[in-house]
Write a protein that binds this ligand. Structure first.
Ligand code: TNX
Length: 491
């Protein structure tokens, strides 16, 4: 049996030796003449065409059932053969045709990127997909990547590359850490000085920037077309120097704080007793919620080192109330688990050095846990001591470390069904541009994606390392920088 390099590993995959579907000049993508499917056909043709280097035509048809040389995409609400869940898909490749079936457009995108992953050079300029039948669906509904655009700003075009990579690995949540001590990266109409005054630089005095509401809408749409929801994070009540720099009314003496380009954490804060604070929280979260079609808004809540716990809890409650009043659900870093939470709040676990008790209590009170353990899923950690970029506070994370962990047994006493999913995170204190970012993401993002997608009994390191070896070819063709982990025999 030929081994296909599909990552994350599908639930079921049967290959047949020898025969293949050839993607040639006359191959077309065929969809039913429905507006949503037409858009899908165009995206699929684009995704596949970029790999093969040849434009693929899209046709609409009701009569393509028997047609040859076609890649047919179908959304079928009641196909009994599909696995359970909104994101399930089936991909069947025969020498005559490729059939992709799903219940939703998200599922269909998973089928298309799977096809893209199995395409191989024929040697004569054409491409082939080995004959295969795949039935697949994800383990977790939240498969995320958090990107820190505050420490170093990342332009829209670079984020689109990241979104493309996420779709390739079937990740479906892009969490943007939009604000921190060093910069405020989203224009908020009701508080215009935030982006105007506090976006000019990045860590070390590197160039800054911010997203206008139009830029942000563009990102949200670009992601949505690829099955990805954007979760914006406004980090409060710590990590707020960019806010106190723009609005002096947020500080006790009314004087704006200085701009900050270092990488310390924990020193900045809001003040619960200032009248400007609650108005600020309400206005900012309201505006951000308005710009966000997704269900969730992230309130941060991490690393507040200069405030007593009561005041911290009051501020977290105010931020959460503002998010809920704007019709969204709340996500926060793990520290919020020490405060009273509404059921359905998502607690993002990151620091594995702390006690389990608050998470167990939060889970029993109806909170959900999102797993981003620093020692496994923080993709800004160095691979080893020779890695040029990155930090080391959570240790070194080689590819195998990012792969071999189980989200439901990370925290003693948290029931498995409280785990909503898995999120990788990449912080950008040391990462200055897209090349640096992809060097830290690849290949580890593929590993975390498999942890999030594939059932534990289907996960196996030896199997993963041979599959992921196929992926460098595409990274190279797209021109992405990546880290050649010595744990893989790259092809
Ligand atoms: C911890 S994780 C932080 C960030 C840093 C990161 C660096 C978390 C919620 N806070 O402020 O950027 O470590 O790895």
């Amino acid at each position: 049996m030929t081994q296909l390099g599909i990552v994350p590993r599908p639930a079921r995959c049967e290959t047949q030796d020898g025969a293949a579907f050839v993607v040639g000049e006359s191959t077309t993508v065929v969809v039913d003449p429905r507006p949503d499917l037409i858009a899908h056909g165009v995206l699929a043709a684009d995704l596949l065409g970029r790999v093969t280097g040849q434009a693929i035509e899209v046709r609409y048809s009701d009569e393509a059932r028997g047609a040859r040389d076609v890649i047919r995409l179908r959304i079928v609400a009641d196909d009994p053969g599909l696995l359970e869940g909104d994101e399930a898909y089936r991909l069947v490749v025969t020498p005559q045709r490729v059939e992709a079936v799903a219940r939703t457009s998200e599922g269909l995108t998973h089928a298309v990127v799977t096809l893209r992953q199995v395409l191989e050079h024929n040697g004569d300029g054409s491409w082939r997909a080995p004959c295969v039948r795949i039935d697949d669906a994800p383990r977790f509904g939240w498969r995320g990547l958090s990107v820190d655009v505050a420490r170093h700003f990342l332009p829209v075009d670079s984020l689109k590359v990241v979104i493309g990579l996420m779709a390739h690995y079937k990740l479906n949540v892009l969490h943007l850490h939009l604000t921190d001590d060093q910069g405020w990266r989203l224009h908020v109409p009701s508080r215009p000085h935030l982006a105007r005054k506090s976006s000019g630089t990045s860590v070390g005095g590197d160039p800054g920037g911010y997203y206008t509401p139009t830029d942000f809408g563009d990102l949200v749409q670009y992601a949505a077309v690829r099955g990805i929801t954007v979760v914006p994070e406004i980090d409060v009540p710590g990590h707020v120097n960019a806010a106190t720099h723009a609005y002096g009314e947020l500080t006790p003496d009314g004087v704006p704080t200085d701009a900050y380009t270092g990488i310390e954490v924990g020193f900045s804060r809001l003040y619960a007793d200032l009248p400007a604070t609650s108005e600020f929280l309400r206005a900012v979260f309201d505006d951000v919620a308005t710009m966000t079609p997704g269900e969730y808004v992230h309130i941060g809540g991490d690393e507040v080192l200069t405030m007593d716990h009561d005041e911290y809890a009051r501020l977290v409650a105010q931020a959460a109330a503002a998010v809920r009043a704007a019709g969204k659900k709340v996500v926060g870093w793990q520290e919020i688990a020490t405060t009273p939470l509404e059921p359905g709040t998502v607690v993002q676990y990151w620091d594995t050095r702390v006690e389990a008790a608050p998470f167990v209590a939060a889970a029993h009170a109806g909170a959900k846990l999102l797993m981003s353990p620093g020692s496994k899923a923080y993709l800004d950690m160095k691979y080893d001591e020779h890695t040029e970029l990155g930090l080391e506070w959570a240790g070194h994370i080689e590819l195998r470390d990012a792969y071999e962990w189980e989200p439901t047994t990370l925290i003693d006493g948290v029931p498995a069904d409280a785990v909503i999913g898995v999120e990788a995170a990449v912080w950008t204190e040391t990462i200055r541009d897209l090349d640096g970012l992809t060097t830290m993401l690849l290949p580890r993002l593929a590993a975390v994606a498999e942890v999030a997608w594939t059932a534990p009994e289907r996960r196996d390191w030896e199997d993963f390392r041979t599959r992921v070896a196929h992926h460098s070819d595409l990274w190279n063709r797209i021109g992405l920088r990546w880290y050649a982990s010595p744990q893989v025999d790259w092809r």
